[in-house]
Design a protein around this ligand. Structure first.
Ligand code: TYD
Ligand code: MG
Length: 468
């Protein structure tokens, strides 16, 4: 292995930080189990200042004056953002890829990460920015096959099939593309570490070296990882602090909706959500995201209520469906998709206590249409209305949307940015929004036409449900 710099690796306990020369199941210092992770400690010639700062490099780090730049003369990292070619992805990135940054794209296997990144690489290449797609997971021929499906056979897009980190780094450094996709972080291994690909030590080394490379030039590195929010061993917690942004691709595997969200973004907000649909020719932007999560046509049927949720700066009309049915023997079932079951249990209790709607003895199912997951408490009122509507077999009044948080006392709090929500509701054909009392500087406010306010759940349901 002549030419390869001398490298030493040790096993560092993730709990107490102690170093051991060999791997073992238990840390000899603090006795924690399975905490030792292989880490490079010395490399003959540290490649970048960042590497030196991390304490690689065998000798002491030389102390110098550093380079002082007047802030007015420093080019902003935001300068020269590259549009990814897919507006919904740009929205989540904060306006496009930032040159010299590294972004982790996570998500369950099979959700569409490779498809999305190949499409992004192809769009950028077609726009005149050279891109490189490094695949350790599939052969170049397989990637070519996918590229044919997604209209991605374009000049300016190069493929490299490798599982060696050093080869990948060399290819990126020599091609200096605008975007380098590394698919995936789990399949690359550094020859400098003994551990297998996908181990925590390897994954971290791969991400660290790619981050250094990105920072040293203008290439943006998009790192694909099979990681879920819950996180596996080599999951986001290992990688999150090494990258500039973490973007998750989510959705139900069998449904076609895919949501793009940022869990971390040094260059933008983490509130934005992008909506894509998986088709036969790849991921496409949906024409009108706000209408996308509305399943039923108007007029509404019993058991359905629409809320306008705010996902980041974007209002989305979302249909909540509830089914309330007499239960058989035993304790009644409560099941939900797309919403926290505990929140629904609370709303069932609030309805019983403050609206005279008793659901004991009924099975309750609540579903958020379109595969969306909602966390905003302002969806409470629509859930309560869907439940009441199903129990009473009376639909919500035609043209009505609901938004507001319910407290345990049955009081209704107004949804934030109610005017914005009403405007969106109107745009897509609704007429009124039922929400909590409108106040301005502590005083009741003259609400615009179409904004109906109710102080509590009982009054809100009276406004929202059609006459019997
Ligand atoms: P893939 O991008 O390979 O997922 P990941 O990299 O996250 O593991 O996508 C896998 C699924 O997407 C696969 O089941 C097939 C489907 N698919 C489409 O529906 N349309 C397409 O155009 C492509 C390329 C894939
Ligand atoms: Mg893949």
């Amino acid at each position: 292995m002549g030419g390869v710099p001398a490298v030493r690796s040790v096993y560092v306990c993730q709990q107490c930080g102690a170093e051991s020369p060999k791997w073992s199941g238990q840390c000899p210092a603090c006795a924690a189990w399975n905490t030792l992770v292989e880490t490079v400690v010395s490399r003959a010639a540290p490649t970048t200042p960042a590497a030196r700062a991390r304490g690689r490099g065998a000798g002491p780090v030389p102390v110098g004056p550093g380079v002082i730049s007047p802030i007015g003369e420093v080019e902003s990292a935001e300068a020269g953002r590259l549009s990814s070619g897919i507006g919904e992805v740009d929205r989540v990135l904060g306006g496009g890829f930032v040159p010299g940054s590294i972004v982790l794209f996570g998500g369950d296997p099979g959700i569409g990460k490779s498809t999305l990144l190949l499409q992004l690489a192809a769009r950028l290449a077609a726009a005149g920015h050279d891109t490189l797609y490094l695949t350790g997971e599939e052969s170049a021929a397989q990637v070519r096959g996918r590229a044919e499906r997604v209209n991605g056979v374009v000049s300016g897009l190069g493929l490299v099939a490798t599982t060696e980190l050093e080869t990948a780094l060399g290819a990126i450094a020599s091609a200096a593309p605008a975007l380098a996709v590394v698919d995936s972080v789990q399949t690359l291994t550094s020859a400098e570490l003994g551990g297998p690909s996908g181990s925590v030590g390897q994954v971290r080394e791969v991400a660290t070296r790619l981050a250094e490379l990105a920072k040293s030039g203008r290439t943006c590195v998009a790192l694909v990882g099979h990681v879920t929010k819950e996180g596996t061993v080599a999951g986001p917690r290992t990688l999150e602090h090494l990258v500039d942004a973490v973007i998750y691709l989510e959705g139900e595997r069998l449904g076609s909706t895919r949501l793009v969200r940022a869990a971390k973004n040094r260059f933008g907000s983490t509130d934005e959500v992008g909506v894509l649909e998986m088709r036969g020719d790849g991921l496409v932007e949906v024409a009108d995201a706000s209408r996308f999560f509305l399943e039923s046509e108007q007029p509404p049927v019993a058991g359905s209520a629409v809320t306008i949720a705010l996902e980041g700066s974007r209002p989305l009309a979302v249909e909540i469906q509830a089914l309330v049915a007499p239960s058989g023997a035993g304790s009644p079932r409560r099941a939900t998709t797309g919403i926290d079951v505990n929140r629904v249990l609370m709303l069932i209790a609030v309805l019983a206590r403050h609206a005279g709607l008793n659901l004991t003895g009924h099975d309750v199912y609540v579903n958020v249409a379109g595969g969306l997951r909602i966390e905003e408490p302002a969806s409470d009122l629509a859930v309560a209305a869907a439940l009441a509507s199903s129990l009473r077999e009376r639909p919500v009044r035609s043209g009505t949307v609901l938004a507001g948080e319910l407290s345990l006392s049955g009081r209704l709090r107004p949804a934030g940015r109610a005017d914005r929500r009403l405007a969106e509701a109107r745009r897509i054909g609704f007429e009124r929004l039922v929400t909590g009392p409108q106040r301005e500087h502590g005083r009741p406010r003259q609400a615009p036409d179409g904004l109906l306010s109710a102080p509590d759940v009982r009054a809100a349901l009276a406004l929202a449900l059609a006459e019997a």
